[in-house]
Design a protein around this ligand. Sequence first.
Ligand SMILES: Cc1cc2nc3c(=O)[nH]c(=O)nc-3n(C[C@H](O)[C@H](O)[C@H](O)COP(=O)(O)O)c2cc1C
Length: 409
Amino acid sequence: MTIKMTLVLNTLESGDCSEQIKALFADKNEEIEIINTADLKIMHCMGCNNCWLKTPGVCSIKDDYEIILKKMVAAENFWVVADTKFGFIDYRGKRVLDRIVPMLNMYIEIRDGWERHQLRYHPLNFGFIYKGNGNRELLEEWSMRVARNLAGRSLGVISLDQNGSCENTAEMPSDSAAAPIKTAAPAADEHVIIINGSPRVKKNSNTNKIVHAFAEGLEKAGITHKLYSLSNHAEWDEAREAFMTNDNIIIAVPLFVECLPSLLLEFLSTLPTERKQPAKLSFILHGGFDEGHQLRLGEKFLQSLPAQLGCTSGGVLVKGGSFLLRNRENSYIKKMTDKILASYTTMGQSFARNGSFSSSEAKKFTGFEKNPKIGILLFNLIFKRIVKKNFERIAQEWGCSEPLDAKPY
Ligand SMILES: Cc1cc2nc3c(=O)[nH]c(=O)nc-3n(C[C@H](O)[C@H](O)[C@H](O)COP(=O)(O)O)c2cc1C
């Protein structure tokens, strides 16, 4: 199959700026297909992992995204057009990217020194076109990271507002990264609100396991907590109310396509930005891959959020390697994951002592930033095959009858 097509997903409401977008591609000698996603029904990725382990390459959510996946398989260049919120891509734009996971498969390899999932099809170049007040530096780095995940190159970042007619409707300045302020340690009778920002149902959510381990540490220090899980839409109103009326809030969130899941971005965009009383907002950010540098763009974005939500910053706790937490039946993996979870309990105690994640122990908690050369060598020689076999065993248990690198489209 020839793959020369350029696919453009316009996620702006009611397909805004269509003429301007067409004009951007008018002089390109490429086959262009522009799709207005406002005309389609597209839901948030719920992190079920079925597209990797049960029905390889096929998403379980039966909405209009399959149309897009099929187009992607025929494309060479992929652009997303989106509005911005908090200086970053808004939830509608991020939603179409979080659903891109079936384009990769579950197997892990090291590409350019980074842990990556293997491509299911071919490399895809990625570019981003935005409306509103985006933080250009953040968006450029994010686009580059997305392109690298797809083994393609970044096609660049274009602002529609700088190109003319599209009206700028974003209300927030984008580069208000707030350094964590020195906060007093919480009093022993303090209460903390914890919001699990993962779209994955609570019983399967690694964030849920992390939060429980962390809260055990808080409890040891006499701090109570109340947990809200955004995967359950019925909890959103209460979570919003708790966010607006409490003064110590922690959002725990998994990395999804290099930053926050679209579901959490949607929740955040429904919060009022004016608060009646000040609050401290802290984050626990974790991701599947082990290396700290995989999480740094997400961390940068989170550092900018408290000021934009009228809060002070309690810092960001950053840790990779949470893939393992989901499947704990193997005794060796269980031992490893118990250790990971115990370290979160220790961090709960540390947060209780320091009142933030800006302590040196929180910084050390991330672990190694990049895989050392010896780690890469050992991965390629030994662990890659063990990890592959482990994924294949899980897939079999999930009733998968296809090879994990199947190409359904
Ligand atoms: C759609 C999607 C995108 C993901 N993107 C990344 C990523 O960019 N980097 C990473 O390290 N892990 C990524 N992960 C892995 C999750 O961060 C990891 O599995 C985490 O433990 C999930 O937590 P949860 O079970 O609470 O959702 C992604 C997972 C999903 C489902």
